[in-house]
Write a protein that binds this ligand. Structure first.
Ligand SMILES: O=C1O[C@H](COP(=O)(O)O)[C@@H](O)[C@H](O)[C@H]1O
Length: 223
């Protein structure tokens, strides 16, 4: 794991956005289309604000959420909504969005359809993840019903997930797919998440799911 700490979150957003733009540009030199995975939640907004006007060929970038809260896209908690409103604007509006949601009460009936839509775009070229202070990343939550499947090294691409205290069903990329990303970053802010990261480094992924991706990752932290 590589760890970068920044004096504040504004500097982190700008620096991280530059890093991601550089990696996307480099990937576009070798591939026709590149796959960029991004998180939802509260942390990545400022990174998206800085990244969306980067001068790169967004028309050849596929943007895929790391996980989705099973809610209509108009819902304020929808990860897709955040990504569309904060990342896929300005120059980045030309990117193609690969949703992890279809209109259905639960993820299971549309799982195969979604997996079929995203599998041809794999592996991930550039991946940005968030982390909760409970040590979850994407929707790999400690104690979640399908965590074992999602952590399996031969596991599927997508895994539906339900966890205590998580208000809606989730759909998440599996640890295997995230770990296979050619460039992998985790962005976190605040002392509580720094303490959670330190704790996760000495735990098994089944207790601290973020540990499943840390070895390959660069973690960006600001107070
Ligand atoms: O529920 C989720 O949480 C994580 C972390 O979110 P944050 O609000 O603490 O930044 C996020 O990375 C994930 O995409 C989201 O579904």
């Amino acid at each position: 794991m590589n760890f970068i700490d920044y004096p504040d979150d504004e500097l982190m957003a700008v620096h991280l956005a530059n890093t991601l733009a550089g990696e996307l540009t480099a990937a576009l030199e070798h591939k026709d289309r590149v796959l960029f995975v991004v998180p939802g939640g509260t942390t990545p907004g400022p990174v998206f604000d800085s990244l969306c006007d980067s001068d790169l060929d967004w028309s050849r970038v596929d943007v895929l959420p790391s996980d989705e809260r099973w809610l209509p896209e108009v819902h304020v908690r929808s990860n897709s909504r955040l990504i569309r409103e904060r990342l896929m604007v300005g120059r980045a509006a030309k990117a193609r969005f690969l949703p992890l949601y279809r209109k259905s009460e639960t993820p299971e009936p549309v799982l195969a359809e979604l997996e079929e839509a995203i599998s041809p775009a794999l592996p991930i070229n550039v991946c940005l993840l968030g982390m909760g202070s409970d040590m979850h990343t994407a929707s790999l939550f400690p104690g979640a019903d399908n965590l074992e499947t999602a952590l399996d090294r031969y596991g599927p691409v997508l895994v539906p997930m339900r966890a205590k205290d998580v208000p809606e069903p989730r759909l998440t990329l599996s640890a295997r797919v995230l770990r296979d990303a050619l460039a992998l970053h985790v962005v976190i802010t605040g002392q509580a998440k720094k303490a959670a990261l330190d704790r996760a480094r000495s735990l098994e992924p089944v207790k601290a799911p973020v540990a499943a991706v840390l070895e390959e990752a660069t973690v960006h932290w600001a107070p």
